[in-house]
Design a protein around this ligand. Structure first.
Ligand SMILES: *Cc1c(COP(=O)(O)O)cnc(C)c1O
Length: 381
């Protein structure tokens, strides 16, 4: 038989989508031995006695069986936890990332588009592009507020199938103006589109859309247990009117929630006070960080309703800064490297979007971690 040394490269070239070939895989920074303040993880773990108790529960599960009706217990527990209104339904995803992908999959009709303010969560654009939907990114204002005029104009022009509003937003950490949100929701509804309120940061936020969701029949509310304290478990959920959720549930892979994920999430919900105390600590730490950061010359700090803080490193050349943020060079990159050399890993988002020039995103850590962050930051500016 003639050898086929080129079979692999032929397959790679000809059988893999061109757009996939030119993509970059989602990069996870190496964080071995570092203080990890880059991914909005809850830095707290379960107390030792609960770890042992959970271990026993997980060990006793029938891993030889496919997941069964136990996921319905989890759906009910999450609905109760969230205060889901009557007539609504809840579906589970392997992280809310999976739900975002499933929404794009189900909405893939010719000409369909997904619209979201930018800078925003990268998965909205990525899931749309992978599914062949147009992505329309509408820039926020320079202060990261919704640009009402631009949003309404883009909705009228593009008639998107889905509009994502992260409440609060990632990476800017702020909540947007409620009156503007309502206008956007009404405009999307008027042209037959859907709005997804993404409340990934709900445990740290002063507000939730859950109280208003029953007013609309075209609004979905998405949450995740990742920032709550279970990033490793991978559990997202989405609530909406029954008829809508029923359609999205059809494209969900069967058994997408493993018995381990399901049981760990149920266990966490049975111990809500533990997680609530962790969230309260992080909110307190956020306020402490905010005060300290605001006192540092050379930093611009934005309000946060999440477990992250967006800052801009102001260039030494204040005039260059005023005329064009970041025009004076890679000040944020230098601070990022100094923090890294000092053992603190944060996220350098300065190249993510022009509005984020010289911006860094800091995840709120434990009291000790934040002390380390502040000490190195002070020396780095
Ligand atoms: C982190 C994050 C998510 C994704 O969470 P997973 O459930 O871990 O997939 C969704 N939306 C926003 C805005 C996020 O920041």
């Amino acid at each position: 038989m003639t050898p086929q040394p080129d079979a692999l490269s032929l397959a790679l070239q000809n059988r893999i989508r061109q757009d996939v070939q030119s993509m970059h895989a989602y990069a996870v920074q190496d964080s071995t031995g570092m203080v990890k303040l880059d991914a909005m993880e809850n830095p707290h773990r379960l107390p030792a006695h609960l770890q042992a108790e959970l271990g026993k529960r997980l060990g006793a599960l029938a891993l030889n069986r496919y997941p069964d009706g136990r996921v319905n217990d989890l759906r009910r527990a999450l609905a109760a936890y969230a205060g889901m209104p009557e007539g609504f339904e809840l579906m589970l995803g392997n992280g809310s990332d999976e739900l975002i992908s499933l929404l794009a999959l189900a909405c893939q009709v010719p000409g369909a588009g997904v619209l979201a303010p930018v800078p925003g969560f990268v998965m909205y654009a990525m899931s749309a592009q992978l599914q062949g939907l147009a992505f329309i990114g509408v820039p926020l204002t320079a202060d990261f507020e919704l640009d009402e005029v631009a949003m309404l104009a883009a909705i009228a022009e593009h008639r998107p199938s889905i509009v994502y509003l992260a409440y609060p937003n990632n990476p800017t950490a702020n909540l947007w103006d409620d009156a503007v949100i309502e206008k956007i929701i009404d405009a999307v509804g008027a042209q037959g589109g859907l709005v997804v309120m993404d409340e990934a940061y709900q445990p740290f936020s002063s507000k939730s859309y859950i109280d208003r969701i029953a007013r609309h029949s075209h609004v979905l509310l998405m949450r995740t247990l990742s920032k709550f304290g279970l990033a490793g478990v991978r559990l997202g959920y989405m609530m909406g009117p029954k008829a809508l959720i029923a359609e999205f549930d059809k494209v969900r892979p069967p058994y997408n929630i493993s018995v381990l994920n399901c049981e760990a999430a149920l266990f966490a919900l049975e111990h809500q006070p533990v997680f609530a105390a962790q969230a309260a600590d992080l909110v307190q730490q956020r306020e402490r960080l905010m005060t300290a950061l605001r006192a540092m010359p050379g930093l611009q700090v934005w309000n946060s309703d999440a477990n992250m803080i967006l800052v801009r490193v102001l260039d030494a050349d204040a005039n260059a800064q005023a005329s064009a943020p970041g025009a004076g060079g890679d000040a944020a990159g230098r601070v990022f490297e100094r923090l890294k050399a000092g053992g603190v890993l944060i996220k350098n988002i300065s190249k993510m979007h022009p509005l984020l020039a010289n911006c860094l995103r800091l995840t709120v850590g434990t009291a000790d971690e934040n002390t380390q962050l502040l000490a190195i930051l002070e020396k780095s500016l």
